[in-house]
Write a new protein. Structure first.
Length: 313
C-alpha cells in the first residue's frame, strides 16, 4: 500500500483507472469495512486501483472546534488497518479551512485531475464539500456530468441501531469493551509507539512501556488488565491509564503498561495494546511504598484474570 500526504506526492503514479472512496474513516469500524471491502472488490473486478481519500485530523477540528471530538484510533493505526484491507493507495490529507471551503463540484473536479477515477463508492450518510452540500442527490447529479459512476452503500446496523463512530466512542468511554468490539469488528485497542519515559517505574521494580494517548477517545482512567502485541507476539500485563499522580508532576496523559515477568526494550517500537478488565480507578497514594504495595496487588489480580489457577495474596 502506498500512502501520500498531498496530491503532489503521486506525480510518478503509474497510469491506470481507479476506484475511489472518501471519508474520515475514524476507527475503521464495521460500517467502514463494508465500504472499503466493496472498494477493493470493485477495483479487482475492473482491474483498477483502490484509492482511499481520508484525513490525518478529524474534520471537526476545523468545522466545530468548540466541540472537540477525540479520535478512535491513531493515524498510524488507521494506516495499518487500511493496509490490512489491501487498499492500494491512501491519501492522508490534512483537513484544512481551505479544503472545507471547496464546493462538492470543486473538490471532485480537483480530485479527478489527480486521480482519474471511474467509480466513487460512499456510505449512505456520506457528504462532500462545503457545508456538507454534497449529499447523495447532489453527488449523483454531479457524477452524470463529470463522467464517473457513484455507488452508495446502505448503513450497517447492529441490535437495531446504526453503527457509527459516535456510538463506539460512547462504548469506549463507558468501558463497554465487548460492545466496542462488536461494532469495530475487532477488539478495542490502542496502536502507538512506545515513548521514552522518566524511568520512574523500573526503580520501583515495575518497569513500564509508556504510550501517549493524547487526542484519543479513552475508557475511564484507572488500572486495567491488558495484552500487548508486538511483532506477532502477545504479552499479558496490567496498565495504568491516566496521569499517575503519585509519581508524575508533568500531568501528561499516558498509558503505562507493565508486562508480567518480562523485560523487553520496546522504546520506539509500535505496539498494539488491548484492554480487557477494569481493576480499579486511578488514585494518588500518600507514599511510594503504598504505591508499590498497590501495584504488586494489581499485578496479582491481573495474573489471576489471565491465569485463574493463580491465587491472590
Amino acid at each position: 500500500m502506498r500512502v501520500a500526504y498531498n496530491f503532489d506526492d503521486i506525480s510518478d503514479l503509474p497510469q491506470g483507472s481507479s476506484v475511489v472512496t472518501i471519508g474520515s474513516f475514524d476507527g475503521i469500524h464495521l460500517g467502514h469495512q463494508v465500504v472499503l471491502d466493496r472498494l477493493v472488490r470493485t477495483g479487482k473486478t475492473r482491474n483498477a486501483r483502490s484509492v482511499v481519500i481520508t484525513f490525518s485530523n478529524h474534520p471537526s477540528e476545523v468545522l466545530r472546534p468548540e466541540q472537540h471530538i477525540h479520535q478512535l484510533c491513531t493515524t498510524a493505526h488507521k494506516i495499518k488497518l487500511l493496509e490490512e484491507m489491501s487498499i492500494d493507495l491512501v491519501f492522508l490529507l490534512s483537513f484544512t479551512k481551505k479544503l472545507a471551503e471547496k464546493t462538492p463540484k470543486q473538490f471532485l473536479s480537483d480530485l479527478l485531475k489527480v486521480i482519474p477515477f471511474h467509480t466513487l463508492i460512499l456510505g449512505e450518510d456520506a457528504h462532500i464539500g462545503k457545508n456538507r452540500e454534497g449529499n447523495k442527490k447532489k453527488v449523483t447529479e454531479l457524477s452524470a456530468g463529470m463522467g464517473f459512476e457513484v455507488e452508495y452503500l446502505s448503513d450497517c446496523a447492529i441490535a437495531g441501531s446504526r453503527i457509527s463512530s459516535s456510538r463506539i466512542r460512547s462504548s469506549i468511554q463507558h468501558g463497554r469493551f465487548d460492545e466496542a468490539e462488536l461494532l469495530l469488528g475487532r477488539p478495542y485497542s490502542i496502536y502507538a509507539p512506545v515513548l521514552k519515559g522518566h524511568g520512574r517505574g523500573a526503580p520501583l521494580g515495575f518497569p513500564t512501556a509508556n504510550i501517549s494517548v493524547e487526542g484519543l477517545c479513552l475508557p475511564p482512567h484507572g488500572v486495567y488488565t491488558v495484552s500487548l502485541w508486538h511483532q506477532g507476539q502477545r504479552f499479558e500485563g496490567v496498565a495504568n491509564l491516566g496521569y499517575a499522580p503519585t509519581l508524575h508532576q508533568d500531568r501528561a496523559l499516558l498509558l503505562e503498561v507493565h508486562l508480567f515477568d518480562k523485560t523487553i526494550d520496546l522504546y520506539g517500537h509500535y505496539v498494539d495494546v488491548h484492554f480487557h478488565k477494569f481493576l480499579r480507578p486511578e488514585q494518588r497514594f500518600d507514599s511510594v511504598e503504598a504505591l508499590k504495595k498497590q501495584i504488586a496487588h494489581d499485578i496479582q489480580q491481573g495474573k489471576a484474570c489471565f491465569f485463574p489457577n493463580i491465587s491472590i495474596a
